[in-house]
Design a protein around this ligand. Structure first.
Ligand SMILES: Cc1cc2nc3c(=O)[nH]c(=O)nc-3n(C[C@H](O)[C@H](O)[C@H](O)COP(=O)(O)O)c2cc1C
Length: 248
């Protein structure tokens, strides 16, 4: 069966981190954002906001806060995808109600922001643009919030650099885990996935070698084991609670 244009775009996805200096037209950006605003949203809450950043000074500061990720400073447009309970609190107040704010509203708002972000990425790629999502916005959530003027009950879940890909700098697609490991028929398959993981390590190692990067044999599982054997962003929960999210 022939793939639809959307599936073709999804199948061609690759993260882009090198951009030309060409701007993205207002018209194109608006089209992409308008399409993304059609994303599904939990209980129609629309618990997200997107901050469009073009100011070079702000992008430079965001790049520093993201661990000096160069592309954050050099992309023509940076988008901050925020989980947003601020507007909903106002809405509740309009009706003399107090907003519930717990783990579920934290997850709802984070998922809403993520869905819009993914729609932006696919929409942008369908127009020939390149993008990289920036989870490192959660390295210093409070500083990012201050820089972007976020009110209480809003945090940047992740950002996104958008721009025109540098033609000579488009990497090959990164291999994915085999489908059998991530797609389960009817019930979760708990059988030992070790041999498939080892095969994926080999495939990913070859990918890195093709890019001139040295890799040990455990290109996927070794890196992940190292990264996950210590708590990730251990202060995040306390900081987000201080920013107005009751993660209880
Ligand atoms: C939520 C999220 C956050 C990410 N954060 C970063 C980031 O801070 N910096 C970066 O260079 N890439 C980031 N990425 C991109 C991933 O590294 C990339 O998607 C992954 O390595 C797979 O590569 P591919 O997208 O080219 O297939 C992020 C991706 C996601 C989904």
């Amino acid at each position: 069966m022939k793939a639809s244009p959307t599936l073709t775009v999804q199948n061609q996805h690759v993260t882009i981190r090198s951009f030309t200096q060409e701007d993205i037209s207002e018209e194109m950006l608006t089209q992409i954002l308008e399409a993304a605003r059609r994303s599904p949203t939990s209980s129609n809450l629309q618990a997200y906001s997107v901050i469009v950043v073009k100011n070079p000074d702000v992008k430079r500061e965001l790049a520093a806060l993201a661990g000096n990720q160069k592309h954050v400073g050099t992309c023509p447009v940076f988008l901050a995808f925020c989980a947003d309970l601020h507007r909903l609190k106002t809405v509740c107040e309009l009706h003399d109600k107090e907003m519930t704010n717990n783990l579920e509203t934290f997850i709802i708002s984070t998922i809403d922001a993520s869905l819009v972000g993914m729609s932006v990425q696919t929409g942008a790629e369908s127009m020939g643009l390149g993008a990289v999502m920036i989870g490192a916005m959660r390295n210093h959530p409070r500083e990012v919030a201050e820089l972007l003027g976020l009110p209480k009950h809003v945090y940047v879940s992740f950002g996104m650099c958008l721009g025109w890909p540098e033609k000579d700098n488009i990497p090959p697609q990164k291999p994915r885990l085999p489908a059998e490991l991530v797609i389960h028929e009817e019930k979760y398959d708990v059988s030992n996935p070790q041999s498939r993981i080892e095969a994926h390590n080999q495939e990913l190692a070859q990918h890195y070698v093709s890019l001139g990067k040295n890799q040990d044999d455990a290109a996927w599982s070794g890196v992940i084991a190292r990264n996950l054997s210590r708590p990730l962003r251990p202060n995040l929960k306390v900081t987000l609670e201080d920013m107005g999210f009751n993660i209880i």
